[in-house]
Design a protein around this ligand. Structure first.
Ligand SMILES: Cc1cc2nc3c(=O)[nH]c(=O)nc-3n(C[C@H](O)[C@H](O)[C@H](O)COP(=O)(O)OP(=O)(O)OC[C@H]3O[C@@H](n4cnc5c(N)ncnc54)[C@H](O)[C@@H]3O)c2cc1C
Length: 520
């Protein structure tokens, strides 16, 4: 193929949330960006829970690249007025445990709400969220090609030629694949790991539903915030079902919910409706809430996909789910995608300025993808392993939530200097720079492995994990995650004051101090 001068600095394959966010930050800084996708907005995509960590990343990207529109997605209040009233409010994040085969046992529940004085994150109705970020990118000057399926990508010494299925070509200096789980750029330049390094494999289904019932559990399982007022996970041995409400209609109840399931031990989903019916048969309390619900989108299916043995090279890079996918748990795939935008954006702007798009500059993106996937794999493997027992699962959740708490503060603290997290020793973990947290996380994973292998009981392992949590000294007052009897964690203003006045250990004191300053 003849090489011609590049029309664009960067061609981005895929205009979903990750591709459009990258396009917005680059175009805002004057880069010539082509945003190419085989479909059009608005469209259904699963992936609707935004965590406080998601919010922190969006605020960081907004500030670092001067794209204030991204910060509107960080709180439900702003998102519902500035993006779309279809987005919902995550007043709490809730979990209900099921033993299966019969009614659930009382007290096997957990609910975590953000401190009441802090803004709640939104639930992301992706049709509107993705279109909003896409239009933001276009307003900053990105050129959109919709209904343009990419058939091939060819790199040469001067640039990249993106060949569309209709034979037309787009010429750029660099290409980024954000094409999601079906993306193929890695396959053009590398092989997928064989055998895959992933210990965990899961598969599942997702859709939008109407006529979702309310989950009205009798005391003592009635939480301060109704179970339906935010993302709810039904957890059971080897899997989970999520139910996520979107914006309310006139009667105050959500017009539509995101519903889906992830299961381990399933290589690929055959018939989604059959899998769903089987789940409702196994779990009567889930059936009570969802038995009458009806799907209003075709079921989407997903399964774990191995990582490429390289995710970047001369003039190309793959990020987000295009780089590999373990499981949607804890919003990890999107978080990884947004983190990758943070790490890649600055590199690309430097490359555009210097004209050097060589592999060396982008080598870190492979390291990041691999380490983040390793961490996700350990998280998901441990979560599913712990799901054999409520107490064990609850202990592991506390470890994860503690990491997410500090991870969010770390991103907020780094702010415009987000890239300095690249050197964090435990990149990929929610609290990537902290030795003590890393040890806690790894020990918890090992304890869960011991349970799986029959070397110890779930009760003994849960006890050790809670003891480990207390021993770190990292659990702040007002956030008593190490208390195994705690089922509803709803920090009030007094808890927040105690947390902000906490005489924290040296290594986390700067994070708590920064939090204190930002609340003034
Ligand atoms: C079932 C499920 C539930 C999830 N839940 C959550 C959650 O609750 N919270 C969360 O944060 N994350 C969640 N995730 C992850 C999150 O949804 C994804 O990480 C996110 O949607 C990825 O966005 P993206 O822009 O990378 O890809 P996508 O949104 O998949 O966009 C990729 C785009 O690339 C286009 N494309 C692909 N191939 C080509 C081609 N050859 N030519 C042209 N265009 C192409 C596609 O048409 C598509 O428009 C979930 C994921 C799944 C699968």
């Amino acid at each position: 193929m003849q090489s011609t001068a590049a029309t664009f600095d960067v061609a981005i394959l895929g205009n979903g949330l990750v591709g459009s966010t990258l396009a917005a930050v680059l175009a805002r800084r004057g880069a010539r960006v082509a945003l190419i996708s085989e479909d059009t907005h608005p469209r259904y995509t699963p992936g609707e829970i935004a965590t406080p960590y998601t919010a922190a990343l969006l605020r960081m990207l907004a500030e670092r690249y001067d794209v204030p529109e991204l910060a509107a997605l960080a709180t439900a209040k702003r998102a519902r007025t500035e993006v779309s009233a279809h987005l919902g409010t995550a007043q709490a994040s809730s979990f209900v445990y099921h033993r299966g085969g019969g009614p659930r046992a009382p007290r096997e529940v957990f609910q975590l709400a953000p401190p009441r004085v802090l803004p709640a994150p939104p639930t992301l109705y992706r049709q509107d969220t993705d279109a909003y970020v896409f239009h933001t990118a276009c307003r900053y000057g990105a050129t959109s090609y919709q209904q343009a399926k990419v058939a091939e990508v060819v790199t040469d010494a001067d640039g990249v030629t993106v060949v569309r299925a209709d034979g037309r070509t787009i010429r750029a200096r660099f290409v980024v694949d954000t094409g999601g789980r079906g993306a193929r750029l890695i396959d053009l330049f590398h092989t997928r790991e064989q055998p895959s390094r992933l210990r965990h494999r899961s598969a599942g289904i997702a859709t939008h539903m109407v006529r979702v019932g309310s989950l009205d559990l009798a005391p003592p399982d009635r939480p301060p915030v109704p179970w339906g007022a935010g993302p709810l996970h039904h957890v059971f041995r080897g899997g989970y079902v999520w139910v996520v409400p979107f914006g309310p209609g006139r009667d105050g109840t959500p017009l539509v919910w995101s519903v889906g399931a992830s299961l381990t031990g399933v290589e690929a989903v055959g018939e989604p409706a059959e899998l769903w019916a089987g789940l409702l048969d196994r779990f009567p309390d889930i059936r009570a809430q969802l038995g009458a619900a009806r799907s209003v989108q075709p079921w989407a299916t997903f399964e774990s996909a191995p990582l490429g043995d390289g995710c970047a090279g001369d003039r190309w890079c793959a990020i987000g789910e295009a780089a590999g996918f373990v499981d949607p748990l804890m919003s990890r795939p999107l978080l990884r995608g947004l983190e990758a935008v943070g790490f890649l954006g600055g590199r690309l702007l430097d490359a555009i300025r210097t004209g050097d798009f060589g592999a060396r500059r982008f080598q870190f993106m492979t390291e990041f993808a691999q380490r983040a996937m390793d961490a996700d794999d350990r998280l998901v493997h441990a979560f599913f392993g712990a799901s054999v027992d409520y107490g064990l699962w609850r202990a592991f959740l506390a470890v994860w939530e503690l990491g997410s708490f500090y991870g969010r503060l770390t991103v907020e603290h780094a702010g415009r200097e987000f890239e300095r997290l690249e050197t964090a020793k435990y990149l990929g973990l929610p609290f990537p720079g902290h030795e003590g947290y890393h040890e806690l996380f790894e020990r918890a994973c090992a304890d869960i492995d011991d349970v799986t292998a029959g070397r110890t009981s779930a009760q003994a392992a849960a006890g050790r994990i809670h003891a480990g949590l207390r021993a770190t000294g990292l659990v702040p007052p007002g956030l008593p995650l190490a208390d195994p009897s705690l089922r509803f964690l709803h920090p009030g203003p007094a808890d927040l004051v105690r947390l902000l006045r906490w005489d924290a250990p040296d290594e986390v004191r700067p994070l708590i101090t920064a939090m204190r300053r930002s609340r003034r």
